[in-house]
Ligand binder design. Structure first.
Ligand code: APR
Length: 320
């Protein structure tokens, strides 16, 4: 059987890391697309030249021509402009909306059967626009945010508890941004929920609150340190986990920005929710029950996402 084809739209910091990880994990052949001629070709060749050392079998190609993504099984979209220090994800809206139009049309015309993972920010609005511009089925167009946000949460918790990151699971809901909702009740160390760990004296409520806040600000913390761009290693690893779940029909339960119509009391919108990812794309939305407090935090996040979507509609009247 031919290897799967993975198209990476955007060959910047995240795109290059995605290509490297996809090759190292032998997920398939990789096509790196970018409008900056030379960048995708250079990165593809550089990674291909690491193949004999790493011992992977994967073809890598760099291109500025959408025709080269033809028939891709997975498209991961990072095309656009990342945040600069002091810039919010929302500041990026106008610039990246235009990028989503060209990328959506490129995917529609060349890879209409692909599973599409959007990473470009502001995430929840961009994945919504990308689905509209591409016209692909909503269950095949998703945004990567929750896996990254929960990975950050898991990392901070593992350091606080001095236990393996493997044994920490975390649950994050809502939009990718300052309003995201880390659910401590559903976040555990080897199955023990965080509130119980507070009672057991493993940490204090104040420390846990600080970790939740640090998780919400996780993207900005990296931007502040890097100064010239935003996070790329953890975002790339997170999207690769989602791509692998689709390509291998793993039925992974992963939080991501998915189209929700009915579950969690929502009517037709993209927002971060727990999902099952398998060969059908988003195969299920996990319709959890929230406490009053959780629901009000989630509602707040939903409103923030709706605001961004309305702003997109204001910029491009054809969206709706
Ligand atoms: N089509 C294709 N590629 C484009 C387009 C376009 N219309 N516009 C810009 N690009 C390319 C740029 O040439 C650049 O190589 O997108 C790439 C973006 O790469 P970086 O600037 O390195 O950004 P990166 O760190 O990879 O982040 C990409 O993901 O997390 C989000 O906020 C982040 O929106 C940003 C995106």
């Amino acid at each position: 059987m031919a290897r799967p084809k993975i198209a990476l739209i955007g060959a910047g910091q995240i795109g290059g890391t995605l290509a490297h990880l996809a090759a190292l994990k032998e997920l398939g052949d990789v096509v790196l697309f970018d409008i900056a001629d030379g960048t995708p070709q250079g990165k593809a060749l550089d990674i291909a030249e690491s193949g004999p050392v790493e011992g992977f079998d994967a073809a890598l190609k760099g291109t500025t021509d959408y025709a080269d993504i033809a028939g891709a099984d997975v498209c991961i979209v990072t095309a656009g402009v990342p945040r600069k220090p002091g810039m919010s994800r929302d500041d990026l809206l106008g610039i990246n909306l235009k990028v989503m139009k060209s990328v959506g049309e490129g995917i529609r015309d060349n890879a209409p059967d692909a599973f599409v993972i959007c990473i470009t920010n502001p995430l929840d609005a961009m994945v919504w626009a990308l689905q509209q511009y591409s016209g692909l089925p909503a269950e095949k167009v998703v945004g990567m945010a929750g896996v990254l946000d929960s990975a950050r949460f898991r990392h901070f918790l593992s350091v606080e508890f001095d236990v393996s990151m493997k044994d920490v699971s975390a649950f994050v809901l809502g939009g990718h941004g300052d309003t995201m909702v880390p659910l401590t009740r559903y976040s555990t160390v080897a199955g023990i929920p965080l509130p119980d760990l507070v009672e057991m004296g493993w940490t204090t409520q104040d420390k846990l609150d600080a970790i939740v806040q640090r998780t919400r600000d996780g993207g900005a913390e990296i931007v502040g340190l890097l100064k010239t761009g935003s996070a790329f290693y953890a975002p790339a690893a997170s999207a690769i986990e989602m791509a692998e779940a689709y390509l291998k029909d793993q039925k992974r339960v992963l939080p991501c920005a998915a189209w929700v119509d009915g579950a969690l009391g929502l009517k037709g919108m993209y927002v971060g929710v727990p999902t099952v990812i398998g060969a059908g794309g988003i195969e299920r939305i996990v319709d959890i029950k929230m406490t009053k407090d959780e629901q009000s935090m989630f509602d707040n996040s939903v409103e923030a996402v709706k605001g961004l979507v309305e702003a997109c509609k204001g910029i491009d009247g054809n969206l709706g």
